[in-house]
Design a protein around this ligand. Structure first.
Ligand SMILES: [Zn+2]
Ligand SMILES: [Zn+2]
Length: 136
């Protein structure tokens, strides 16, 4: 079902390397892992194409990663038009939600439950626990 799309992508993006994988993923700098058949496979594939075309690399902060996900979906929307794939907002929101949940859990302070902030080097700091530590 993605085969036809895949053949067109290979022709249009000869610089990218397409490999079968267990799930859809972009592996910088140029490899796109093509996951198994599923109802949303064409859209998921175009999303990974979005990462590849935008030249995404690992981002240090998780907020940066969410931005990167959004950008890749915006790119996927353009690609959907071009390749005649339905851009399903529900799928996009579902995928973004998994990142939001992951970020939410990761950013929660294990000591007090407050949402922590991330420093530019990627470390999490809890504003409440830092000020308590400074007082004691
Ligand atoms: Zn992504
Ligand atoms: Zn805390």
């Amino acid at each position: 079902m993605t085969d036809q799309l895949l053949e067109r992508l290979k022709v249009d993006y000869p610089d990218f390397c397409f490999r079968r994988g267990r799930k859809f993923a972009f592996r910088p700098p140029r490899t796109i892992a093509v996951g198994p058949e599923e109802p949303d496979d064409a859209l998921l594939l175009l999303h990974e194409m979005g990462h590849a075309i935008l030249g995404h690399r690992d981002f240090k902060t998780d907020v940066g990663r969410i931005k990167m996900e959004r950008a890749a979906w915006e790119k996927a929307r353009e690609l959907c038009d071009k390749y005649g794939v339905e851009y399903d907002e529900a799928v996009v929101e579902r995928e973004l939600d998994t990142y939001r949940d992951w970020l939410d859990q990761k950013s929660r302070c294990p000591d007090c439950g407050l949402t922590r902030f991330q420093t530019p080097d990627g470390e999490y700091r809890c504003p409440r626990c830092i000020s308590i530590k400074q007082l004691s």
